[in-house]
Design a protein around this ligand. Structure first.
Ligand code: PHE
Ligand code: ZN
Length: 894
C-alpha cells in the first residue's frame, strides 16, 4: 500500500489466524535486544481462509520456525507491513526471534530507553516494533513474559500481571518471569526494566481481596508520589461504589517515565505514566497539577474495565474506550470535588466548576478541530495514520456523547446499560454499536437515531427562538438544528439532541415547567429531545414572559444560537439557577464584548468597554457568597483559541488587542475590588490540595492578574511579594505568571530566581519554558517572543527529543500564543516549518502534534493565509516526511 492510502472502517475483516498464547523472552541490551516470541496461532472459524498475517515495523528478523521446522520454500513471504505464512493446520506453533536497538529508538513507540531504563509503549501499533505479531486489538491472547537485564543499571524488572519468579544470572545479569491471567490485545503489553523505587500500599477490594498497589519512580522523586497513590485508592473505591467494578489483579503498578509522547497508558496491571501526571508535591506542583494527576490516574485505572476487559475491535472504535473513560474520569472528578464541599449548594457549585473546565477544554480544543480539515466523527470512517486520531473529538466529544446517553437514560438506566455491556462483552473486542446496543436493550429504547453522533462530524448549531403569548400565558420555544458541512461530509442529517431547559421568572427564580396538555406542577429543569430539524414546545400557566435558560449543564456538544439582549445576559449572570449556565451567560457576554472590541481594533476605532458589562462583571467579583472557584471561572475570559474561531475571518492581532484592552480596563476600573478580594482570600496554614483552598488560590491569582494588567506599582509589588514569600507552587507560579506579562524590572528577576531554584527539576522547568513561550505584555511594548523562544531552545535543559519540553516551549508558542506566532512578517511560520521538519526526523508523533498548530489556517484572513501557505507547502514537499505529518499537512492543503 503506498503511503497516504487511507485505511477504511468499512474494510474491516477478521484475521484468518489469531493467537491463543504468547510467550516472550527479552534479553535486554541498549543496542541489541533480542526478543524470542513463541506463539500458538489458531485458525479463526469466523474468518475467511488465509495465511497467518504478522505485522512488523523496523525489525531485524533473526530466525523463524513453524512447528519447530524452518519454513518450506515460499511458505513465508515478506510484505510491506510484515510477514505472511501459509499453513494448513488449525493450530500452529511459531517461534520468532527478532533483534532491536532500543537506544536508537527516538520515536518512543515500541521498546525504548529513557534515562538508562527500558520502557515500552505499544498503543496503537508499537508492539510490531518489538516482534512480528498480528498486532490488532481484535487478537486477544494470554501472555507470559521473561525478561533479563543488567542487574546494576536495571534492578527492577516489571511486566503485566503477576510475578512468578526472579533470579540472578551470570555476568551481573538477572531475570524475572511474569504472567498475565487475562486475555489481552498486544497494545496493552508492557515491560519496564529500570532503576526505580516504589511507594507501596495494600488495600482490600470490595470482595475482601487484598491487593498491592505500587507507584514506581526514580529514588529522588519519592517525595512526590503520595498524591498519585491517594488518587489511585480513590479511583479504586469510586469504581466499586459507582459502577460495582473491582480491581481484578493481585497487584496494580504505576510507573513514571520522563520521556513519553502522551499523558499515560493503561497497560494491563502496569500503567506507564508521563512523570507530569504522577509527580506532584506542594513545592513543585500547582493545584492544577494535583488535579491533573488525580484525573489521569483515575482515567488509566478506569480503563481496566472500559478498554482492557472489554476492548476495541479495531482502531476506528477508539472512542468506545476513550470517550467512555474520559466520561468516567470527569464524573469521578466532579464527585471528588463535590465530596470535599461543605454544603449541598457548595457541592453543586463544585460540580459545575468541573463541568466548566470540561467545556472550556472542548470549546478551545475540539470545536476548532471539528471546523477544520481534520474534522471527523467520534468514530472516524478513515485514517492514514492512527496516531493522528487520538484527538479531542474521539476523547472529549466522545465523552459528551456518553454524557448525553446518561442524560437521556437517567442514572439507573445508564448503570443498567453498563452492567449489560460487561455481562455480554467481558473478554471481547467490540464496537461502538455493541455499546449503544446494550444501552438501548437495557432501557427498552431505540437509539438508532442517536447513532448519528457516531457517524457525523462537525459542531451542530442549535437555534432557539421564543414566543410569548401574554393572553394565553404561554411561552413557545422553537428549537432548530443545523450542522455545517465538514471535509468529506457536505450534507448533514438532524441529530438526537437532549436540551435541558429552564425558564426564569422576572424575580430571578425558576418557574415550574408545564407543557401544553400536562397537569402541573412540573420540574424546573426538563430535558427536551430534539430529533428533527425543527420543533416547538409550548409551556403554559405563566404569568409573565420568562427568560429561557437553555442547554443547562451543557447538555449537548453544540453551539447555541439565541438572540439575547445584553440585559438578559446580565440577568442570567446574576440569577440563572443552573451554575453552569450562569457562568456561560458571562462567557457569552464577554465573547460579545471582545468580538466588538476586536472589530474596533481592526478598524482603528477607539476601544471602549460597555459600562453595563462592567457592572455585571463587578457583581460577580464582589459576591462573596459565591464559591471562590466558581468566581475564578466566571472572571476568566473565554480562551483565545475559541474566540479566534468565532471571529470570521480570524485575525489574531486585533483579537489580542481586544483581550489586552478588556483585561486592563477591568483591572483599572475595579482596582479596589480586586485588591480587597485578593487580600481577603489568603489561605492560611500549611498547603494541602483541597478544592476549597484551590478555589481561593485560583481566584486570588485571577485578581492578581487583573491588577498587574492594570499596571500599578502596587500590583507589581503585591506580585513580587507573593512570588518571594509563596509557600507553594500555586502561589509562586501565579505570581510569576502575572509578572511575566508586565514590563516591570521585577519580571526579569523573578524569571531568573525561578530558573535558579528549579534548575535540576525537569518538570518545573517545563512551566518556566511554557510561561515564556505563551506570554504577552499588557503594555504596548512588543516582546520578540520568537527570538525568546529560539534563545530558550539553547538552554541546556531544553531538548527536542523530550516531548514534554517540546510541548512546553514550542507548543506554548505555536498553540498558546496566536498573536505572536502569527506575526505579520511570517517568521513564526518559517520557524514552525523548520521545527516540524527537525522533530519529524526523530519522533513523528510529536512532530505531527506540532504540525497541527496550522491545520486551521483557512479560517484566517486572506493575507494571513497567503503567508502560511508556503510553510505548509515546504513541510509537505520535504523528502522522507513521516505519514503522520504528511496526513496533517496534506489534509490542510487539500
Ligand atoms: N490510551 C491512552 C489513554 O488515553 C493514551 C495513549 C495513546 C497513550 C497512545 C500512548 C499512546 O489513556
Ligand atoms: Zn484513555
Amino acid at each position: 500500500m503506498p503511503p497516504g492510502t487511507p485505511i477504511l472502517r468499512s474494510a474491516y475483516q477478521p484475521l484468518a489466524y489469531t493467537v491463543a498464547t504468547v510467550d516472550l523472552d527479552f534479553h535486554l541490551d541498549p543496542k541489541a535486544t533480542q526478543v524470542t516470541s513463541r506463539l500458538q496461532c489458531v485458525r479463526n472459524e469466523d474468518a475467511p481462509a488465509g495465511p497467518i498475517v504478522l505485522f512488523g515495523d523496523t525489525l531485524e528478523l533473526v530466525s523463524l520456525t513453524i512447528d519447530g521446522a524452518a519454513p518450506a520454500d515460499g511458505q513465508l513471504r515478506h510484505t510491506d507491513s510484515g510477514l505472511e505464512i501459509d499453513v494448513s493446520a488449525d493450530s500452529v506453533a511459531l517461534e520468532i526471534v527478532t533483534r532491536i536497538d532500543p537506544s536508537a529508538n527516538l520515536t518512543l513507540s515500541g521498546l525504548y530507553q529513557s534515562r538508562g531504563g527500558f520502557f515500552t509503549q505499544c498503543e496503537a501499533e508499537g508492539f510490531r516494533r518489538i516482534t512480528y505479531f498480528p498486532d490488532r486489538p481484535d487478537v486477544m491472547a494470554r501472555f507470559t513474559v521473561r525478561l533479563e537485564a543488567d542487574a546494576a543499571t536495571c534492578p527492577v524488572l516489571l511486566s503485566n500481571g503477576n510475578l512468578l519468579e526472579t533470579g540472578a544470572l551470570p555476568n551481573g545479569r538477572h531475570f524475572a518471569r511474569w504472567e498475565d491471567p487475562f486475555l489481552k490485545p498486544s497494545y496493552l503489553f508492557a515491560l519496564v526494566a529500570a532503576d526505580l523505587k516504589a511507594l507501596e500500599r495494600k488495600v482490600d477490594t470490595m470482595s475482601g481481596r487484598e491487593v498491592l498497589l505500587q507507584v514506581w519512580v526514580e529514588a529522588r522523586d519519592l517525595d512526590r508520589v503520595s498524591h498519585a497513590m491517594d488518587s489511585l485508592v480513590h479511583s479504586l473505591r469510586w469504581d466499586e461504589e459507582v459502577f460495582g467494578l473491582e480491581l481484578d489483579l493481585d497487584r496494580f503498578m504505576i510507573v513514571a517515565v520522563s520521556d513519553f509522547n502522551m499523558g499515560a497508558m493503561e497497560n494491563k496491571g502496569l500503567n506507564i505514566f508521563n512523570t507530569k501526571y504522577v509527580l506532584a508535591n506542594p513545592d513543585t506542583g500547582t493545584d492544577l497539577d494535583f488535579e491533573n494527576v488525580e484525573s489521569v490516574v483515575a482515567h488509566e485505572y478506569f480503563h481496566n474495565w472500559t478498554g482492557n476487559r472489554v476492548t476495541c475491535r479495531d482502531w476506528f472504535q477508539l472512542t468506545l474506550k476513550e470517550g467512555l473513560t474520559v466520561f468516567r474520569d470527569q464524573q469521578f472528578t466532579a464527585d471528588m470535588m463535590a465530596r470535599a464541599s461543605d454544603s449541598p449548594a457548595a457541592a453543586a457549585s463544585a460540580r459545575a466548576v468541573t463541568r466548566i473546565a470540561n467545556v472550556r477544554g472542548l470549546r478551545a480544543g475540539q470545536f476548532p478541530e471539528d471546523a477544520g480539515p481534520m474534522a471527523h466523527p467520534i468514530r472516524p470512517d478513515s485514517y492514514q495514520e492512527i496516531n493522528n486520531f487520538y484527538t479531542a473529538t474521539v476523547y472529549q466529544k466522545g465523552a459528551e456523547v456518553i454524557r448525553m446517553l446518561l442524560t437521556l437514560l437517567g442514572r439507573e438506566g445508564f448503570r443498567n446499560g453498563m452492567d449489560l455491556y460487561f455481562s455480554y462483552h467481558d473478554g471481547q473486542a467490540v464496537t461502538c454499536d455493541d455499546f449503544v446496543g446494550c444501552m438501548a436493550e437495557a432501557n427498552g429504547v431505540d437509539l438508532d437515531l442517536f447513532m448519528r453522533w457516531y457517524s457525523q462530524a462537525g459542531t451542530p448549531h442549535l437555534k432557539a427562538e421564543g414566543a410569548w403569548d401574554a393572553a394565553a400565558g404561554s411561552y413557545t420555544l422553537t428549537l432548530s438544528q443545523h450542522t455545517p458541512p465538514t471535509a468529506g461530509q457536505p450534507d448533514k442529517l438532524p441529530l438526537h439532541i437532549p436540551v435541558a431547559v429552564g425558564l426564569i421568572g422576572p424575580d430571578g427564580a425558576d418557574l415550574p415547567l408545564v407543557l401544553a396538555g400536562e397537569a402541573g406542577p412540573g420540574d424546573t429543569t426538563r430535558v427536551l429531545e430534539l430529533k428533527e430539524a425543527s420543533r416547538s414546545w409550548t409551556f403554559t400557566g405563566l404569568s409573565a414572559e420568562p427568560v429561557p435558560s437553555l442547554l443547562r449543564g451543557f447538555s449537548a456538544p453544540v453551539i447555541l444560537d439565541i438572540a439575547e439582549s445584553d440585559e438578559r445576559l446580565a440577568f442570567r449572570m446574576a440569577f440563572d439557577a443552573d451554575p453552569f449556565n450562569r457562568w456561560d451567560a458571562g462567557q457569552r457576554y464577554m465573547e460579545r464584548v471582545i468580538l466588538a472590541l476586536a472589530a474596533d481594533a481592526a478598524a482603528g476605532r477607539p476601544l471602549e468597554v460597555p459600562q453595563a458589562f462592567g457592572h455585571a462583571f463587578r457583581a460577580l467579583l464582589i459576591d462573596d457568597s459565591l464559591d471562590a472557584a466558581f468566581v475564578a471561572e466566571a472572571l476568566a475570559l473565554p480562551s483565545e483559541a475559541y474566540l479566534l474561531d468565532r471571529l470570521q475571518p480570524a485575525d489574531p492581532a486585533p483579537l489580542r488587542a481586544a483581550l489586552i484592552h478588556l483585561t486592563r480596563a477591568l483591572g483599572l476600573a475595579m482596582k479596589a475590588d480586586f485588591l480587597s478580594r485578593y487580600l481577603d482570600l489568603e489561605v492560611d496554614g500549611e498547603y494541602r490540595y483541597h478544592p476549597l483552598d484551590a478555589g481561593k488560590r485560583a481566584l486570588r491569582n485571577q485578581c492578581l492578574r487583573y491588577l498587574t494588567a492594570a499596571g500599578s506599582a502596587t500590583a507589581i509589588d503585591l506580585a513580587t511579594k507573593q512570588f518571594e514569600h509563596a509557600g507553594n507552587m500555586t502561589e509562586r507560579y501565579g505570581a510569576l505568571a502575572a509578572l511575566v506579562q508586565s514590563d516591570a524590572p521585577a519580571r526579569v528577576g523573578a524569571l531568573e530566581a525561578f530558573h535558579q531554584r528549579y534548575m535540576g527539576d525537569a518538570l518545573v522547568l517545563d512551566k518556566w519554558f511554557q510561561l515564556q513561550a505563551g506570554a504577552w505584555r499588557w503594555s504596548d511594548a512588543a516582546p520578540d517572543t520568537l527570538a525568546q523562544v529560539q534563545a530558550l531552545m539553547a538552554n541546556p535543559a531544553f531538548s527536542l527529543s523530550n516531548p514534554n519540553k517540546v510541548y512546553a516551549l514550542l507548543g506554548g508558542y505555536f498553540k498558546a500564543n496566536p498573536a505572536e506566532f502569527h506575526r505579520a512578517d511570517g517568521a513564526g511560520y518559517a520557524f514552525w516549518a523548520e521545527q516540524v521538519i527537525a522533530l519529524d526526523r526523530n519522533n513523528p508523533q510529536v512532530a505531527s502534534r506540532m504540525a497541527r498548530a496550522l491545520e486551521g489556517w483557512r479560517k484566517f484572513t486572506p493575507e494571513i493565509q497567503a503567508r502560511i501557505r508556503p510553510a505548509l507547502e515546504k513541510v509537505a514537499a520535504t523528502e522522507g516526511i513521516s505519514p503522520d505529518v504528511a496526513e496533517i499537512v496534506g489534509k490542510a492543503l487539500s
